[in-house]
Design a protein around this ligand. Sequence first.
Ligand code: F0G
Length: 394
Amino acid sequence: MQCIDCGEKFTEQPICRCKKCNGLLEIKFKLSAGDFDLKEARKRKFNLWRYADLIPAKKNVSLNEGGTPLYECKNLSDELKVKLFVKNEGANPTGSFKDRGMTVGVSKAIEFEKKITTCASTGNTSASLAAYSARANLKCAVIIPSGKIAYGKLAQALIFGAKVISIVGNFDKALEIVFKISNKEGIYLLNSINPYRLEGQKTLGFEIFDELNHTPDRVILPVGNAGNISAIWKGFKEFYELGIANEKPKMTGIQAEKAMPIVNMFKNKGDFVPEKNPETIATAIRIGNPVSWKKAINAVYESNGYMESVNDEEILKAQKLLARKEGIFVEPASASSIAGLIKLIDEGNIDEGEEIVCITTGNGLKDPNTVVDECKNEIIYAKEEEIENLIKNL
Ligand code: F0G
């Protein structure tokens, strides 16, 4: 493990921050061409553990995560004049990309003989950690912002038997609290500041290359606490270092308009300034002080990528569009990648014909309330004798 700021290396485990300067840590491998044989790997089942040789953990707990579909979106491609694919992470065992991080992170918790796992969460992390901890026979406590987590996610954390602790305050406050308590003996922190989580999530980059058999021009995804964009970039970089890929994609992050500190930093070319009161209907990315902002901005700069924001209206419109044009139902945060794509095209920041992969990070069923609120006026209340006519005239 190496600090991304001061370069200090660490071998003792487990740690989540640099002991010298408190910087973010990253797991570094010495990789060179030929170290990983993708052809051989392809003989294995298509899931995250196909890439086990590049994951610094033994598979101690798994729910068969990864191997999610990459959909070619013909209808939207025609409409938007790009070549669009959607990598649907909602198809993971608990319905979000977090499962990639948790199979690795909770496997490490077992290796380190931890008894309790914990995280702060806007919902999906808690659902995933709760599931993997249950399967691993570990106790789990999750800290969530009161009233600001989607119902499906809350239901998951509860049914998987996690201790659900609801606080007054937002995700950023919950994360502050969890940092303090997770210093204690026996408790393992599984937010994305934990570098092992990112080692699982980097397989998203591997899989996109694996499925396309080349690197797309651009990858667009929602950014919240900023772990995923950093992880995926690491995956693409590793395939490049291994001589498997000849190119790297432009990493393009999307934040919600009232929770966009990294977009502000990118556009103003200034310092990172946290947003004190983040707000958005996309509760998964309702985050003002993303812990991995530095890794994320590095990914965007190094890849010649972009950061853009979208508002709630654009998010809800994109959610509907993706569902109605392609049959893919994603939660609001995930739809921000599609909303961002549309905005970037409108602004002239994406070239006609670009090959783009939008990552839809979480399943639409996580947050049914938002959809029903949005679409309830479309329900037709009818008498039996009216129904035939209604259907004929669709
Ligand atoms: N999309 C969804 C559906 C998420 O749940 C999250 C993060 C993100 C995108 C952003 O990913 O944080 O790696 O930049 N959810 C976290 C949680 C914060 O607690 O579930 P990120």
